[in-house]
Design a protein around this ligand. Structure first.
Ligand code: SF4
Length: 415
């Protein structure tokens, strides 16, 4: 068992936990946002369907804003209202619906897991956080806790980015909030705090507080339902840590949850002193040449060649304009030559490097890659027959392109 957190970072005043739960839940009942997955989970009597509805929302919400997710969620649940329906979908359909939501492996893994539930678990979702995490691919500790508490009423906590921020502020935790030692302590805290009779609502309330009130840059402390329990706010208002009965201050430098001695409390930051993170690794820079091949014929709208990416790795299985990663510092002339060779392999006919027209550069930031697409275009007259032996490729109109499983970056390239 992990060592208990230093006493200053506990919820250790008599009645404090009960008061915090009560205040938070009362605020949630009054102020919670109306979200489609909440309505579905509340109205759904079937436990498996309820678990599925929450699961889909949790996977979509990873790394993605609520406002963006709503439309995708509604379309997904309309198309695949049950695990069984999703298990029968093709990966192409899943990728098409997911297109634009980012982090594409999420959709693929959700579908793989649905197939597993149908084929190996007789269509029944596991009912506890432990089993959900153990049995479902792509379901980590957070998602398992969220599904189990919201759908099945298990009294288990959750820790996501919002919860990290709120707890670190409530308890003045200033050590690196991405370090395993701090994360472990936050899980212990979340499990101890969660309301035993309304665990799902409590967890959603804590996350909602982080998303709407205890926001990263300018938290609305005046409106906060748990402000009287917040030690960061106390420190901001009174200029010193909250006095805690019978407890000595943490010794500077040796408390695993306090800010490091080299980065003490900064009064100009107020409550946003917390949480703190170690400096992020810079994303890797990549350059990729891409060519919008446009086929014009006298019969109808222009068509564009798209090709399918490999089934693993970045943007697995998605469609894109023929593209080629470039070494850094390649001269433009050389760039054209290697791209022309690459196009020739797709089209089975020679492509003159001089015919490639440079259009511009498109920058797209993936989580760990700073990608620059160097965009060329080439107009072809007449029909081009693709080599069926090469990897999947097809000609599409602009309308078909947008309905295909293409990434947001490729839509930028076409624009
Ligand atoms: Fe966050 Fe402010 Fe509430 Fe503390 S009082 S939990 S910093 S919003």
């Amino acid at each position: 068992a992990p060592a208990p957190p230093p006493a200053r970072h506990h919820f250790n005043e008599p009645g404090e936990v009960e008061a915090l739960r009560g205040n938070l839940l009362a605020w949630y009942d009054r102020c919670k946002r109306d979200l489609p997955w909440r309505a579905l989970a509340a109205a759904e009597p079937d436990a498996d369907r309820r678990g599925y509805a929450v699961w889909v929302s949790e996977i979509m919400l990873q790394q993605t804003q609520v406002a963006t997710v709503i439309d995708y969620y509604n379309r997904w649940m309309q198309k695949w209202p049950t695990l069984q329906a999703l298990a029968q979908a093709s990966l192409e359909e899943v990728n098409e619906l997911w297109a634009g939501l980012g982090y594409y492996s999420r959709g693929k893994r959700l579908q793989e897991a649905a197939r597993k539930v149908v084929s190996e678990l007789a269509g029944h979702m596991p009912r506890t956080a432990e089993d959900l995490q153990k049995l479902l691919p792509g379901v980590g500790r957070y998602t398992a806790g969220a599904i189990a508490s919201i759908s099945y009423g298990q009294a288990t906590g959750v820790v996501d980015g919002n919860v990290i921020r709120v707890l670190c502020r409530l308890r003045c935790i200033g050590a690196d909030s991405s370090s395993p030692a701090v994360i472990d302590r936050l899980w212990d805290m979340a499990n101890a705090l969660v309301d035993r009779s309304r665990p799902g609502d409590f967890n959603q309330a804590l996350m909602e507080l982080g998303a709407t009130v205890c926001v990263p840059k300018a938290p609305l402390c005046g409106e906060c339902p748990v402000k009287q329990h917040c030690r960061a706010r106390h420190r901001k208002l009174f200029g010193k840590p909250v006095p805690v009965s019978d407890i000595e201050d943490c010794g500077v430098g040796d408390c695993p949850l306090c800010p490091p001695a080299t980065e003490p409390w900064d009064s100009s930051l107020g409550v946003t002193n917390f949480p703190r993170k170690a400096a992020k690794k810079q994303p890797r820079a990549m350059r990729t040449a891409t060519c919008v091949l446009e086929q014009r014929s006298c019969r109808g709208a222009p068509k564009y060649l798209i090709v399918q990416r490999p089934s693993s790795g970045l943007l697995a299985g998605l469609w894109e304009f023929p593209s080629l990663p470039l070494p850094q510092d390649l001269q433009e002339e050389k760039e054209r030559e290697v791209l022309a060779d690459h196009l020739q392999a797709w089209m089975g006919q020679p492509v003159a490097a001089k015919g490639l027209q440079f259009i511009g550069e498109v920058i797209h930031i993936f989580s760990h890659i700073h990608q620059t697409y160097v965009v060329y275009s080439l107009h072809l007259d007449g029909d081009v027959t693709l080599d069926p032996a090469s990897s999947p490729s097809r000609w599409v109109t602009a309308e078909e392109f947008h309905a295909s499983a293409v990434s947001t970056a490729m839509k930028k390239v076409l624009r």
